[in-house]
Design a binder for this molecule. Structure first.
Ligand code: ATP
Length: 195
């Protein structure tokens, strides 16, 4: 990556719900890549989780807004929720290419998803349009990017938290303190989400 171009970070996911792992990823990406902006892009429905129906978009968005409150570099992009149906990254990335023609688009992806990249829709075109930024995940061996994808790996901050673990802990009545921001935990409690 060159240093002169503006770098825009794109962070797609289900965010069902947002958790501290996501927030540490965002912080590491901003610091290590000197991003000028970072967009959180909640998916309507992930093509890789066809059997999982996520919590309603409005609920996930509300938690995301609470989790990101006060963070000036972060923005939430609702385009995949507005499009509905399966959310394909290439559609979203093309939109960013139009909006930021001069910028380097840095697409954040957890190490657990790297091996699936060749199966993403229009993978070759996607690889041309973005630099991949691989986020380490504890317990996940570091996998090289499959060509023609290019990019780099982040250093910070591996945290073994996942949304499915949060949902499962809530269902079992276990504490989620420290795993999600306090405001997110309180909102989930109040709305009895994931019980
Ligand atoms: P689930 O457990 O429901 O599969 P998740 O915790 O992986 O969800 P997503 O919203 O699907 O959360 O993740 C969005 C992106 O963030 C993915 O690329 C995922 O790999 C990455 N990610 C999520 N949690 C972490 C974490 N703790 N460390 C690093 N990357 C993460």
């Amino acid at each position: 990556m060159t240093n002169s171009a503006q770098r825009v970070g794109l962070f797609g996911g289900s965010f069902d719900p947002v958790h501290c792992g996501h927030l540490l990823v965002a912080q590491a990406a901003c610091e290590e890549l000197a991003l000028s902006r970072l967009f959180f892009i909640p998916a309507a429905q992930s093509p890789f989780k066809p059997q999982e129906v996520p919590a309603p978009a409005e609920q996930r968005l509300r938690l995301l807004r609470l989790g990101l409150a006060g963070q000036t570099l972060y923005e939430i992009d609702e385009q995949e929720l507005e499009r509905g149906g399966l959310s394909f990254t290439i559609d979203t990335v093309r939109d960013y290419g139009r909006r930021f023609p001069q910028a380097q688009l840095c697409y954040l992806i957890g190490a657990d998803h790297v091996a699936t990249l060749p199966a993403w829709r229009e993978a070759e075109e996607l690889a041309r349009l973005v630099e991949l930024v691989v986020i380490p995940r504890p317990g996940q061996p570091s996998t090289p990017l499959p060509p023609p994808f290019r990019g780099r790996e982040l250093t910070g901050f591996p945290l073994g938290v996942s949304s499915s673990q949060i949902r499962s802990r809530i269902k079992r009545g276990l504490s989620i303190q420290g795993l999600v921001p306090d405001a997110v935990a309180e909102a989930m409690r109040n709305s009895k989400l994931y019980l």
